[in-house]
Design a protein around this ligand. Structure first.
Ligand code: AMP
Length: 404
């Protein structure tokens, strides 16, 4: 059986999935796994296609001190115990910089170019590149593909891509990139099947997970995003503040004596729903809490989604559909109901029964704008890109040279 390995590596975890290739480009998910607790309490957990547990193991801290070590453990578990030898590996890479507007086959030259973007995403890019480098070293003939969170947004116009700062900074890469592009691309590709009437029209997609952003799609292409230079901007998130006056950062430095790395930690880890509620970064816990600050955090989350919906509708010069996706968007009927209620002025009206069942279409038939729930699948998107780039390679390259 031909398989594709998808890797999503972060600072403290490596997530991986195995897809089987079942003819005609059809992919089926076979394994979902992750090694988390890298350099703290390393654990391998993996489940099969029906959710059955395949592995649940702890490792001593010195055995999994970094991302390459985690990748090695996951790789040898797949190879030696499950006898899985993927024909290619697809990687989630957060930053493709100004140039990469689509997935790319990886070689040493591409890795060198992607290393130049480390300073644009210092918390993510090095961890994304680490497994690429170790696979290049250990299995040089195994095809690898990089899929970028920024690429889908490279269709933005100049006004959407710029900040009002001197040009030289834009030239060196300080731009409004936008993120969650693999999720938006998946949704854009799913819409012709899910909602053919609106798939080629003006659609706002709200990716509401522990990271959250919104994207304006016109004819299936991204025209605007609530995120910008980094994944800090836009909506409030689990632990990130979203839109923030840069003066607040100056205040933290000048009045609180915080260093750049203190501010970075603060903005990525201590703000958002967690900071505002003082209760949790997890929406389920906030919804279950009686705490007044948990309620304020939810109110703020909903308010900012609706403010940003107005901004994106202006970018689109109108609106033909609204889509919810990701953990909160797919599962929280409460948040969806509150957002739809606050967007009533746009002529949206909710089908409460459909919403509480997490139906695909959750607006009433008389709603001027239909509202959908479309589960996202970034890993499948990566596997599809990987397979299609593999198909385009000169024949005979990959399939005989799989990792052994
Ligand atoms: P993600 O990053 O896409 O996995 O989404 C994670 C977020 O989704 C967390 O804030 C979870 O609390 C939230 N979430 C998942 N399931 C539910 C649910 N049934 N109700 C409310 N929030 C949920």
């Amino acid at each position: 059986m031909d398989t594709i390995l998808v890797v999503n590596a972060g600072s403290s975890s490596v997530k991986f999935q195995i897809f089987s290739v079942e003819g005609e480009g059809i992919l089926r998910r076979q394994i979902k796994g992750q090694i988390d607790g890298i350099a703290s309490r390393p654990r391998l957990r993996a489940s099969g296609a029906n959710g059955e547990t395949l592995a649940e193991r702890a490792y001593p801290i010195e055995a999994v001190a970094n991302v390459p070590a985690a990748m090695e453990i996951a790789g040898s578990w797949l190879r030696d115990e499950l006898r899985i030898h993927p024909i290619a590996v697809g990687h989630r890479v957060v930053h493709g910089g100004p140039d990469f507007d689509r997935p790319v086959s990886i070689d040493h030259g591409v890795v060198a170019r992607l290393e130049r973007f480390v300073n644009l995403a210092p918390l993510h890019q090095p961890h994304n590149l680490a497994p690429i480098r170790s696979i290049l070293a250990g299995f040089p003939s195994l095809p690898q593909v990089a899929c970028f969170d920024t690429a889908f947004h490279r269709t933005h116009s100049a006004v959407a891509d710029h900040y009002a700062i001197p040009h030289r900074l834009h030239a060196e890469g300080v731009r409004r990139y936008g993120f969650h592009g693999l999720s938006y691309e998946y949704v854009a590709k799913a819409l012709p099947r899910v909602a053919p009437d609106i798939a080629n029209r003006r659609v706002i997609v709200a990716h509401l997970g522990s990271g959250a952003s919104m994207c304006a799609l016109n004819e299936g292409r991204s025209v605007e995003s609530t995120m910008g230079f980094t994944a800090l901007d836009g909506l409030p998130m689990g632990t990130r503040p979203g839109q923030l006056d840069p003066g607040v950062v100056l205040y933290l430095i000048s009045e609180k004596g915080m260093s750049a790395s203190n501010v970075q930690d603060f903005l990525y880890r201590d703000c958002g729903l967690k900071g505002l509620s003082g209760v949790s970064n997890d929406m389920r816990e906030l919804e279950a809490s009686d705490d007044a600050k948990a309620k304020l955090a939810i109110d703020y989350f909903v308010y900012r989604i609706c403010l940003n919906a107005g901004m994106l509708a202006a970018a689109l010069q109108g609106l033909d559909a609204f889509v919810f996706t990701a953990g909160i968007g797919e599962n929280s009927a409460t948040i969806r109901a509150r957002v739809v209620e606050q967007l009533g002025w746009l002529g949206v009206s909710l089908d409460h029964a459909g919403n509480s069942r997490n139906s695909r279409l959750i607006s009433r038939s008389e709603s001027r704008i239909p509202v959908y729930v479309v589960p996202t699948d970034e890993e499948l998107m990566i596997a599809q890109h990987t397979l299609s780039l593999l198909m385009k390679q000169p024949s005979g390259n990959s399939r005989q040279e799989r990792a052994s």
